[in-house]
Design a protein around this ligand. Structure first.
Ligand SMILES: Cc1ncc(COP(=O)(O)O)c(C=O)c1O
Length: 384
């Protein structure tokens, strides 16, 4: 199987597995215990915390381990909004229509169940939110802006550095979902002046079920769950030591190779895109330049996206019709809809390269794509 669905998840890197292994086999302490076994586990967690802090240029105290990107997004969005409202600062939240459901639905829940007002700013047709439009949505009652650094479907990069300083000046908290951006595009939390940032390990060749929530020093957040008071009191629960060790290693390794890996991914993606475009009636969705280097997301005229995905699957190529984070869902993508992309009579396909992708892989995938498109067009497009 040629895996061109790295935006959904990535294979575990062998060196990351090695970093996890001792915590799965030899050492099983609870990092909150005071005896030697516990302290060994604590040292493993703190090493991972240092790795993350170094890769993100933040203080280790600001690194909070979570069960993944979804939890980090919920913790940032709800935690910051609740704390700001409790401090009497207001109850308006701003987000973008491009967000992953982890952010969008957390914001919508604040509005429908918690009495917050919500403004959802649409992107422009190129899949990028206009920074001025976002800033114009901020009022004196706004306590939080939640915006992603890079979109998980169409791969467009969002202007976080252009909104962060203006928000900081106005005392509005900023939560950034950097789940797809990390390792593929700069994650500069200092320049962004973000209050809170979400990452996950499984998108960068780390294990599933672990992520990072960066909560800047001095920022107040109400915890999602109450319990043992681990992780500065904002994320209770016994720490998942093996997963955390893997997360630290994956983040460190991804940061270390980014300078070489980003241009390599871009070359592969461009080669793939040229191959896909050869089929005719194929257009790139989202801005060509301001996009993740591994992402090719295309509109294909006269073909059903789902049928195309299944045809590619049968030919041994893994792709996605949209957000694979909610895979199985055949609903039209909220991102494409917000961009005003044609949804009738046109299929959409996302192909994303990764660490294990070769030139041969993208060439084989492009050939399989052209054959599948040809066959489907000949049979009426494969529409249900
Ligand atoms: C942009 C974005 N945010 C959040 C998530 C959720 O992360 P996790 O799968 O670790 O819960 C994903 C994908 O799963 C994503 O692509």
């Amino acid at each position: 199987m040629i895996n061109l669905d790295h935006a959904a998840t990535t294979p575990l890197e062998p060196a990351v597995l090695e970093a996890m292994r001792p915590w799965l086999t030899e050492s099983h302490g609870n990092p909150s215990s005071q005896h030697a076994l516990g302290q060994a586990a604590r040292a493993g967690v703190e090493r991972a915390r240092e790795q993350v802090a170094q890769a993100l240029a933040v203080d280790p105290l600001e690194v909070i381990f979570t069960s993944g990107g979804t939890e980090a997004d919920n913790a940032g969005v709800k935690g910051l909004a609740w704390a700001a409202r409790a401090a009497g600062r207001g109850q308006h939240v701003v987000t973008t229509a491009l967000e992953h459901h982890a952010v969008l639905e957390a914001c919508e829940w604040l509005a429908t169940h918690q009495g917050f007002a919500l403004t959802v700013v649409p992107p422009e047709r190129d899949g990028i939110v206009d920074p001025q439009r976002l800033l114009d949505a901020v009022t004196d009652d706004t306590v939080l802006v939640a915006a992603m650094a890079a979109n998980n479907e169409v791969g467009t990069l969002q202007p976080i550095a252009e909104i962060g300083p203006a928000l900081a000046e106005r005392g509005v908290a900023l939560h950034v979902d950097a789940v797809q951006a990390f390792g593929r595009s700069p994650v500069d939390i200092g320049a962004w002046q973000a209050t809170s940032v979400a990452l996950t390990a499984h998108k960068i060749n780390g294990p599933k079920g672990v992520g990072v929530w960066v909560l800047r020093r001095g920022a107040a957040a109400t915890p999602l769950s109450h319990g043992g008071g681990q992780e500065r009191g904002v994320r209770s629960g016994t720490l998942a030591v093996p997963l955390i060790a893997g997360c630290g290693e994956a983040i460190a390794r991804t940061a270390a190779r980014a300078e070489d890996e980003i241009p390599r991914l871009r070359r592969l993606r461009d080669r793939l895109l040229t191959g896909l475009e050869r089929a005719g009636g194929v257009r790139l969705n989202g801005c060509r330049d301001r996009r993740l280097p591994h992402n090719a997301h295309v509109a294909v005229d006269g073909v059903d996206g789902e049928a195309l995905l299944l045809a590619l699957d049968a030919a041994g190529v893994a792709a996605s019709t949209g957000s694979a984070c909610q895979s199985g869902a055949a609903e039209p993508s909220h991102v494409l809809a917000a961009m005003g992309a044609p949804l009738e009579g046109t299929g959409h396909l996302r192909l994303t390269c990764g660490l294990d992708t070769s030139e041969d892989d993208v060439d084989t995938a492009a050939t399989a794509f052209a054959a599948a498109v040809d066959r489907l067009r000949g049979a009426g497009g494969g529409f249900a």
